[in-house]
Design a protein around this ligand. Structure first.
Ligand code: PLP
Length: 221
């Protein structure tokens, strides 16, 4: 068995059955994705539109693609024909663009709202209250070709595990408030290679794991 297959199996075995594993394959070649696929993995996460569009035709049709990186509205049209979920929605305008593009290809696309929970300054993501308001707004509910399923967030990149736990717990509390208003919001995407066990303890329903499966990324290739 290849190392990637072994990693998939060991990460999978460490997760509760109800937690969805998104294998983050960004920067890794199609062959690495095939190895994960052979281990039964079907959900893959990419952070760049161009890279995802290049890999998609090379892989079996039952691969489920999740976009996890920032999406520019002019690139929405390239991914709507096949993407299963866009986890990085950070504005009402983007949601409307996705709805229009998905309408043209007759699809409905699952979306998560990306929430800024880390202390460090990050460029992307909605403030928690803004995310709640957007998820529950009349305008969002009227969109026929997107379905907001929940929230996504990234904790600070810090060795301070208590801080990471506080950040994940704050996102879980926000998601709980969302679900009080709308019980169909069933996805809470949080946890990466370095912190996914903490995220799962804090109530994550979906983890996005890259380097723990595929090894270190080399951005120069
Ligand atoms: C790269 C990335 C991940 C996975 O990171 P690892 O530390 O390699 O597991 C998860 N989520 C997002 C949004 C990412 O960009």
């Amino acid at each position: 068995m290849s190392e990637i297959e072994e990693n998939i199996r060991s990460v999978r075995a460490s997760l509760p059955p109800a937690v969805e594993l998104v294998a983050v394959s960004k920067t890794h070649p199609v062959e690495a994705i095939r190895e994960a696929y052979r281990a039964g993995q079907r959900v893959f996460g990419e952070n760049k539109v161009q890279e995802m569009c290049a890999k998609q035709p090379e892989l079996p049709g039952d691969v489920r693609w999740h976009l996890i990186g920032h999406l520019q509205s002019n690139k929405v049209k390239y991914i709507v024909p096949f993407v299963e979920m866009i986890q990085s929605v950070d504005s009402a305008e983007l949601l409307v663009k996705i709805d229009a593009a998905a309408g043209k290809v007759g699809r409905r696309i699952d979306c998560l709202l990306e929430v800024r929970i880390a202390c460090e300054e990050t460029k992307y993501g909605l403030e928690p209250e803004a995310a709640l308001a957007l998820a529950l707004s009349e305008q969002t509910r009227r969109l026929e070709h997107v379905r907001v399923r929940g929230l996504m967030g990234m904790a600070s990149n810090t060795p301070d595990r208590e801080q990471v736990r506080r950040e994940f717990s704050s996102l879980k509390a926000l998601w709980d408030r969302l679900r009080e208003q709308d019980p169909t919001m069933d996805v809470l995407s949080m946890g990466m290679s370095g912190d996914y066990p903490i995220a799962v303890e804090c109530g994550s329903t979906m983890v996005r794991v890259g380097s723990r499966i595929f090894g270190a990324r080399n951005y120069n290739v």
